[in-house]
Every structure is written in C-alpha cells, then in structure tokens.
Design a protein around this ligand. Sequence first.
Ligand code: BMA
Length: 809
Amino acid sequence: MYKYLLIALVILSSCKKQEEISLSQEINDWEFKYEGDWHKAIVPGNNFSDLLRHNFILDPFYGTNEDSVQWVTKRDWLYKSEFLATENTLKKQNKILVFYGLDTYAKIFLNDSLILVADNMFRKWEVDIKGLLQKENELSIKFEAVSEIEEKTQADLEYHLPGGDRVFTRKAGFHYGWDWGAKIAPSGIWRKVTLESWGNCKIKNVNVIQNFLSDSIAKLTIGLEIESATEKEISIQINDKSYPHKLKKGMQKIDILYAIENPELWWPNGYGNQKLYNISVSISDENELIDSKTKKIGLREIDLISEKDSIGESFYFKVNEVPIFMKGANYIPQDNLQNRVTKNHYRNLLKDVKKANMNMLRVWGGGIYEEDIFYNLCDSLGILVWQDFMFACGMYPSDSSFLENVKEEAIYNVKHLSHHPCIALWCGNNENSEGWHRWGWQNEYSDKQKEKIWRGYQNLFNEILPKVVSENSQANYWESSPKLGRGNPKHQFEGDAHYWGVWHDSEPFKNLETKVPRFMSEFGFQSYPSLSTISTFSDNFNINSYEILNHQKHPRGNALISEYMEREFNVPEDFEKYIYCSQVLQAEGVRLGIEAHRRKKPICMGTLYWQLNDCWPGISWSSRDYFGNWKALQYSVQDAYSPLFLSIYKTKNGEINIYGVSDLQTEISDRLEINIYNIEGKLIRSESKTIEIKKNSSVLLSSEKYNLNDDDFIIASLKNNKIKSKTLFLTQTKNIVFPNPEITYYWKGNKLILESENTAFQVYLHGIDSHFSDNFFTLLKGEKKEIEVSRNNFEKNNLVIWSLYNLNK
Ligand code: BMA
C-alpha cells in the first residue's frame, strides 16, 4: 500500500527550493523477511528488533536465550518499502537517496535497479536517483550474512588477523560479543533514510574554522561546499550578514571570514559556562531562499600537550590555556539494538555524567560513532569527548579497498562532528598497538607477514587517519590508547595508560596508589548489578546459575570478584548481600585509584575509569547499569570527582596523609578538621588547623602517625567549604565487628530522613524502585541525614536499609 506522501509529506528542510523527505517510519511502511512472508518492520531499526516485535525470537537478553538467536546473524535479510514521489519532487532537477546508516553488507535496489552496494555501517551513503525515481517506487535492500562475507574475505588472505574475522567488517566490534556484552549482531537500516531533491544548487556542507580567539574577538572562517548546476549570482547570508557571490558550475568551496565580537568562551563542566553560538548559513537568488544549514558552535581552544619532560612525556589537555584535569569514564553503546536507545536514555545518562562532576567521556573504539544527540548534549553540558575511531583490540586489513572504505568513513565522521566544541581528541584505536607489541600476537607470523601487518597499521593510524583529522577539523589526534602497554615500564611515564594490573593480573587495589601514569585512560573493576536488574534476565538467584553465568562475559570475572572480595570482606552467602558487597568492593577499589590519580596532579592529569555504562543487563565494570540504576561506584565517583576534594589514605609507613585537591580557579583557605572515632562512633580525637589550597593544585595538608586501634576510623573535613573525605578504615572490613547501627527513619513526602543509634557504614538503601540522592554513605552516630527519593511509584514500606553490619553479622 502506498502512503500518500502528498498528504503525509514531511518536509524536513525549511526552504522552498530544497526538499528533504523522510523515508523512515514516520511515513513509510517497511517490511522485512528472510524467507516466506513479508512482515512489518520499523526503520530505523534492525532485524532483531523486528523479529522481537513479532515474537519470532525470544528476548535475547533473557536467561541463556542469546544462544538461541545466533541463527539470525547467519541469514540474509530483505527489507522493502513502497513510496510515492510527489509531483514537486519529480519536477526537481536533482534527486538523491540518503542512507545515514546501513548495517552492514547491503545491496540497495530502486525499482529493481541496483543503485548501491554498501559495506560500512559507519558511513553515510548518498545515491543519485535522477533517472530512476518514478511516481510509484519500490525501495528494497538485501543485507547479506556478515559471517559469510567474512569467511570469503578470510579465504583470500594467507593468514588470520588478531581480533578474528570481525576485523574485515566495518561494523561495531561489540556486536560480536565483548568481555562485558552479549554476542548479538543485528543487521538492518539502523539510521534514517531520506529522499532529497533540489533545483540546481545546494549547500553540501558547512565547516567552521576558528582562526583566532581573544576576549575581544573570535575570527572564524565559514567554509561552504556548494554544488551548482549553473553559473549564477547568489547572496550568502551568515546570521545577519550578507555576502554577494558568483557561483561557478560544479562543486566549489567558498571561504568567508566572519567575526564574533566580545565572544563568550565555551568551558568544560566545572570551569565556566557552555556558551553556544548559532552559525546560520543560507543562500538565495533574486530574494528566494535556495538552501540553508545551521551549525551550533562553541568558542574554545583545546590542546593536547604531549611533550618530553623530566619524567617522560606529558599527556594533558589545555582548554582556553587552562590545564584541565580530566575526570570521567569510558563510554560504550547503550544497547546492542541501537534503535531502543531513546533521546531520554541519552539525556538521563549525560545528566548523570554531569552530576558526577565529570568533564570527559571516552567513546571507546569497539562501539559506534554516537548519535547527534549525544554530542549535542555533551556540548551543552560541558562534557569533553575523547573520540576513538572504531578500531579495537585487533589488527586490520591493509588492502587498498579496505583503506579507501575506512578513509571515507573517517572523512564523513570527522566532518560531521567537527563543529562540536565537545570534541577534544580523535584517537586512532583501542589497544591495537598494545596488543601487537605485548599480547604475543606476533608469534604466529613470518617476518614478512609481520612487516606487512605493521606497515598496514602504520599506514592507517599514522598516515591516513591523522591526515583526515587535520584536513577536516582542528581537533587533536592520538595514534592509539594506550600509548604503551603495561608490559612496558615506560607506560607509567609517557602518554596515556590502561592499567589492568588490578583486575586482570589480580594485583591488590593498593597498587593503584603507586602505579600512577600521566593520564589514566582505562582501569576498573567489575560488580554485579542490583537484584532488580538481575531479575530482568533470571529468577535463579545463584551466582553459578546458567542464566547468571551467561551474563558474565569475562572468562575469569566471577572468580576475580570473589578473590578480591575474600581479601576485604567476609564473603556473604546470601545472593543479594553478595551483590551489595561486590558493589562496595568495586566502589572503594576504583575510588582508591581515582584519589591517587587526583593527588598526583599535575604529573597525572586525568582519570577515565572503565566503564560508565552497559549495553545489556550484565555483570560488568559499569558504574551505571543497563537500566540507568546507580551502582555504589556511581555514588562514590560523584564524590571523588568533586572540584574541591579531600583525599585521605594510610601510607606504607603508617602515616595518615590528607591531600587537598582543587580544580577550582581560585585559591581557598579553610580549616581542616581531622576526627578520629572508635567503632562505636565515639569521637576519640579531634584536631584542626588552617590550610590553604592553591588554585588548580594538589597539596599535602597533613601527614601524621596516630596510635590507633585497628577498628578506629578517620574522617577529615573542610569546615567552611563543607567537604568531607571518605571514611578511612585502618584494616580490612572483615576484621571489624560492627555494632548494630539501629537506623530509624521517617518520610517527609518524598524525602527520607534517617538517623542512626550507632555509626553505620556503606548505608545501602534499596528494595524500592527508585533513585536516592545519596547511597552507600557513612551515617555517624546521632547524625540526621535527608535523602531525596525520585521516581514516584514506589511502595514506601518496601524500603530495606543495610550497612556493613549486615555483611559481618
Ligand atoms: C579494556 C577495554 C575493553 C575491555 C576492558 C575490560 O582494555 O578496551 O577492550 O572490555 O578492557 O577488559
């Protein structure tokens, strides 16, 4: 059935001569099949989501269903849609179909003519359909089974490449399964499709270059790419300024100088406002609008400072001349089925990122170049983006067609994102270089093969990609994260580092205090998500049940969690207490690392823990689970990333050191208070002194040896700024006998007021489906604490309150 575009026409662009019609779900019926009958489909989307909607497959996230859906990936899939073109469109001189995302090997037919063969999910494809568009049209797409094409490609190569067959396909790496995610590799039309038509002239691209920036003026070059079928006089309008111009025939680049007086700068979160300016460009002839485009930009300078120094080689970012300590996390895609990630998912996630005092996310190279909304929100919230190109943990082909394909992908994505003030860095790949040099990958190759593979690497990551970045943006480029693997002792002194001695090598958390690199771009520890999240995929609450084991994708994951847990805690037998304990373990372990990194400023200038989020409800390194629930780590990070911060720890020699760490741009003076309590919560010693913390610095405020019992605990605070350190214990939790805290509470509307008879540690509010403004906190004897409880529909009586007392009793 044709949908009458004449009636339901959605004209996305605002001008008269230019028309952009969505062929995605808003107006078009799509159908899909792999054999037999056609069934309704939703575009943008993918085969898994369409199959799920018809109940043709079981929920792949549930139980062990993941195994039962693997056949989907091994089939070819067909999608089709019939649509009518309007008289208006047909009359236009130029008509193209634009596919913003095809996953992955696709043959596209319009009215039975093959118009495109696509082979890269990260590219935008434009196809000229001038002679082919009719009134009634059928668009059909055949997605070929990825595995078959990969096998064929492999057969032509004399050796296997590290990373496996996935490296042949320009498709999200995590679709093939990762150590935190399921193997669910969808195919389909994953981004929108449009039919664009225009007369004889069109703006193809607008690029904004910042030539000069001072308090009084920002000098920009607005670069326009215009395609015109004829020579003609036009007027170019940039915001409220007009420029007459004579167009040539064909594609042309036009550079126009443009200035903004008294500019307001764009700053990362915590350093100032995120002022954004609209650059609206339009072209018209004889007073009629031909085409227009708007870019939202921010005025800022971001430099990656990587210079030899007395320690090794620095790695830090300067924004508007201010060296900025980066506080953040590694980000992965939010779902295997990207169509399920709504605008609200992006808003909620990035709101939480800002709330956690972060200023940087790393978009990791085994995922996707994110949706526009992601970067728009990062722009407006002040979250800098470390953007990996989509290459991770492998070596990639080096034949010319692969490289050409990748080059086009890079050009499109770099251009597409270049105006975003949030983009701080383009990074070539994740761990390919480390893998090649340190993971034994080279062992299986002859010298000639090794040379060929390494030359391919060099060509891609040291020539093609940096060239694309410098030709199409003003962003910084970095070849690989990390610069050096942890097998190379220099990793601690040069560039960025991934420190996985803690976790992969079972090293104690304490090692994070000594192995501090120049910039920690990855480190982390796993935990279980909450019981409510686990309940979505299993009702078999046992860490060794098939369902739960299937949601742990790291081969030694559960064993490592238990091993570390035994070091610190009396491992609980009760399943839910085990979850709680795993979260506290993760939160304290990662926090210890973050604090050490921040204390070492300016030698270390950033910490991005692995990993912020999940793509399914699994057991992983995330601080925020698939459903957006905060694990203990998310709360501890929010605190450990505070701009003004007290870090307390016990040195090897037994001193209690207290550092003041400030990301503020003004000096502060305050009174440091050090309170020591016994385990009953009685204050046994208190001292205070006046301190000063210089702007943007880290300083040792106090270093004392105290004669204390093992189960005493210490809290430091800054009186005027109302900053509190974490609660420092002097021994492992398992050695402490906690008194029953006897917490009482009452509700004041949606506010929860708590009070404790004795001191309670890691107070864990749960049992109701809600979000707590604070959780996993210390509640001192007699202290009253008010907690905001958001989300309305919860049963107040179901609230359960635990603390470390519940683990040890
Ligand atoms: C890092 C990442 C991922 C991986 C994580 C946890 O090195 O780059 O490849 O998921 O470690 O093992």
